[in-house]
Design a protein around this ligand. Structure first.
Ligand SMILES: NC(=O)c1ccc[n+]([C@@H]2O[C@H](COP(=O)([O-])OP(=O)(O)OC[C@H]3O[C@@H](n4cnc5c(N)ncnc54)[C@H](OP(=O)(O)O)[C@@H]3O)[C@@H](O)[C@H]2O)c1
Length: 381
């Protein structure tokens, strides 16, 4: 499937590709990214494949990612075609608390920096990167609404926030006729399915489209990591090993028996259906409910080519079911109360099976073939 099938993001008229280009690996400042030549090749290849959705942040590679993208967009003359997303929250000046966070002062500072580095006078999508635990929802919403009215951004969204905060912001926007937010950018993969507990239903109910980051678990699902003979450690050269000891990635959390079982299932599906492991993992994420777009990350052009083809050959339902089962979340309170047994007690044994979408896929796996209408509906909510 080519990337020039576009889906509306959340409850909006903004059309984006099912696979987005993630630019966190653009630039070498962090030690595990791509140099300018490789980053440019990935950008050009993405546009040539029909892709239109590009994700960056002021944080990424200390601003290098935005600067490189600004050059690539200018050189390719693609500003109008590209749906350009960036983010604020992270601090640009140690010691100055207002040079970071989600307060009005920082948002207005950060947007000017992003626009300058990206060489543009507007962003298509501007995201709060991470909840700062202090800024009231009203302040974030009103500032983003002001930016829309000022023409500096077209749409706004949230990344890495508590579900209650995303619900509060959207409800306030609706009640006060401010610009509703259209996007939740959240970590989602076979090894990180926690958003299914709250965010999928939230997105469907309140009009957010979800974009999934780290669909490969930062490379864990790509096949380069295998359990050692002792089964406790992972061998393989890649970002996860590079970040070992940095405090950003915990090997203890990544190299678990559960995750190795998932890696094994991905490997088996890849072998049986003649896909790469990365393609299996990306396709699984793209075909889950409410996922509007999956953000691809790559360090090399070869990896990127591999990932771009993830939706070309649909996995059969049976293979998706096996992957669902091996990675299923443990049932926890209060979600256990929304399962069959408790619901039967509530409904007198009658009306079960109509739980809020998100606890079960709202469209059948069969209807969710890439490009099928069922999935288009899910993605437009
Ligand atoms: N909002 C947020 O908080 C947030 C956080 C993280 C990312 N993001 C966004 O999401 C995007 C994707 O995240 P991510 O880079 O973490 O995604 P990912 O797909 O989970 O990991 C990408 C990494 O996996 C390895 N890889 C990718 N494709 C491969 C392939 N085909 N074969 C083998 N190895 C492969 C590469 O690392 P190595 O080769 O070095 O191992 C690559 O850098 C980012 O660019 C960014 O735009 C957002």
């Amino acid at each position: 499937m080519s990337l020039d099938s576009y889906y509306t993001l959340g409850r909006s008229g903004l059309r984006v590709s099912r696979l987005a280009l993630g630019a966190m690996t653009f630039g070498e400042n962090w030690g595990w990214g791509a140099d300018e030549r490789t980053a440019r090749a990935m950008f050009d290849r993405y546009l040539a494949a029909g892709g239109n959705f590009v994700d960056t942040a002021d944080l990424y590679t200390e601003g290098q990612s935005e600067s490189l993208l600004g050059r690539f967009i200018a050189d390719s003359g693609s500003r109008d075609r590209v749906v350009l997303a960036s983010k604020f929250s992270y601090n640009a000046e140690p010691g100055n608390p207002n040079a970071g966070g989600n307060g009005r002062k920082n948002i207005l500072r950060a947007v000017e920096g992003s626009l300058r580095r990206l060489g543009t006078d507007y962003l298509d999508l501007y995201l709060l990167h991470t909840w700062d635990r202090v800024t009231p929802a009203e302040e974030v919403l009103r500032t983003l609404d002001d930016l829309v009215r000022a023409g500096k951004i077209r749409y706004a969204g949230l990344s890495d926030v508590p579900a209650w905060y995303a619900a509060q912001i959207q409800t306030l926007a609706q009640a006060h006729h401010l610009q509703p937010l259209v996007n939740l950018q959240l970590q989602y993969s076979l090894v990180e399915r926690n958003i299914e507990r709250e965010y999928v239903s939230l997105a469907q109910e309140l009009g957010y489209g979800i974009t999934a980051w780290s669909p490969l678990g930062m490379g864990l699902l790509s096949g380069k990591y295998r359990p050692s003979e002792s089964g406790r450690d992972g061998a393989g050269d890649g970002r996860i090993q590079a970040l070992k000891g940095s405090g950003l990635v915990s090997l203890q959390d990544k190299f678990t028996p559960r995750n190795w079982a998932i890696v094994g299932a991905v490997e088996q599906a890849a072998r049986e259906h003649r896909l790469s492991m990365a393609q299996v993992a990306i396709q699984w994420a793209a075909r889950r409910p409410s996922i509007g777009s999956v953000i691809l990350g790559a360090r090399t052009l070869e990896q990127f080519e591999d990932n771009l083809a993830a939706l070309d050959r649909p996995l059969p339902d049976e293979a998706l079911r096996t992957l669902d089962e091996v990675s299923a979340l443990p049932l926890q309170f209060p979600y256990s109360f929304f399962e069959q047994a408790q619901q039967e007690r509530i409904h007198g044994g009658v009306a079960v099976g109509d739980k809020p979408q998100g606890y079960r896929p709202p469209v059948s796996v069969a209807a969710a073939e890439p490009g099928a209408p069922g999935l288009a509906v899910a993605a437009t909510r």
